[in-house]
Design a protein around this ligand. Structure first.
Ligand code: PXP
Length: 241
């Protein structure tokens, strides 16, 4: 059964808007778990725009499910991952001016570099995922790197301007999932997924995890975090195995 992992970066974004002490991502993580999330995700950015180092440490110390750490493939982040020891690391690209992660990681031509980067992470028993576009060449490169998981970037599908564009992006993702599965890669999906657009994946088998942040936090403003997570976890639970 696919599961929901909840990204709590946006809770930190709200706190950092005032550089204050609330809301607290670790509390949101706890509430998300009690509402049915199977895991918690944080993206520790190089610029520390939202999640801070202490958030990662606190969530790791108190998490009752699993912690996934999204990060850039830098030496600093590699040391942090080895120290914090999350259940999974997901490598993402980072640009300083971006509003959010804008595209997938480029794995093409970086197979050896990324394999070497992940080696100490794998050696420590941490699972690895690569956040990539649904591009066949990126999927082949990810397979060559030897990562257990990929997370297919669903942002272009979520942001599609009209029906035709959306169908085109969805088709790319569906073909990407098939190709990844042929290479024995486990597939997660994430970015821009919400309570409506996620339904397109309802009958797609073989998805391990849905990684969702913004839509849940946006709904939480109106209905509360507990209800917002329960609604999404309940949807994901009805999806194909
Ligand atoms: N997956 C990755 C790799 C991301 O960078 C993000 C955004 O932080 C998400 C999933 C969640 O995206 P959203 O907040 O749009 O649900």
């Amino acid at each position: 059964m696919p599961v929901l992992v909840v990204n709590v970066d946006h809770v930190a974004t709200l706190r950092q808007a005032r550089m204050g002490i609330e809301p607290e991502p670790v509390t949101a993580a706890y509430m998300a778990e009690t509402a049915g999330a199977t895991g918690i995700i944080v993206h520790l950015r190089e610029d520390r725009r939202h999640i801070q180092d202490r958030d990662v440490e606190l969530i790791k110390a108190t998490c009752n499910t699993r912690l996934h750490l999204e990060m850039a493939a830098t030496g600093e982040m590699q040391s942090i991952a080895l120290k914090v020891n999350p259940e999974m690391v997901c490598l993402v690209p980072e640009k300083r001016q971006e509003l959010t992660t804008e595209g997938g990681l480029n794995c093409i031509g970086r197979e050896q570099e990324l394999r070497e980067f992940l080696k100490p992470i794998h050696d420590q028993g941490i699972r690895a995922s690569l956040f990539i576009d649904a591009d066949p060449a990126q999927i082949e490169a990810a397979a060559a790197i030897g990562s257990e998981f990929i997370e297919i970037h669903t942002g272009h599908y979520a942001d599609a301007k009209d029906f035709r564009d959306r169908e085109k992006e969805l088709d790319k993702i569906l073909k990407g999932i098939e190709l990844a599965q042929k290479h024995d890669l486990k597939v997660n999906l994430g970015h821009g997924l919400n309570y409506r657009n996620i339904l397109a994946f309802r009958n797609v088998p073989g998805i391990s995890e849905y990684s969702i942040g913004h839509a849940i936090m946006a709904r939480a403003i109106y209905v509360g975090l507990d209800r917002a997570v329960r609604d999404m976890a309940g949807l994901v639970r009805t999806f194909a195995d």
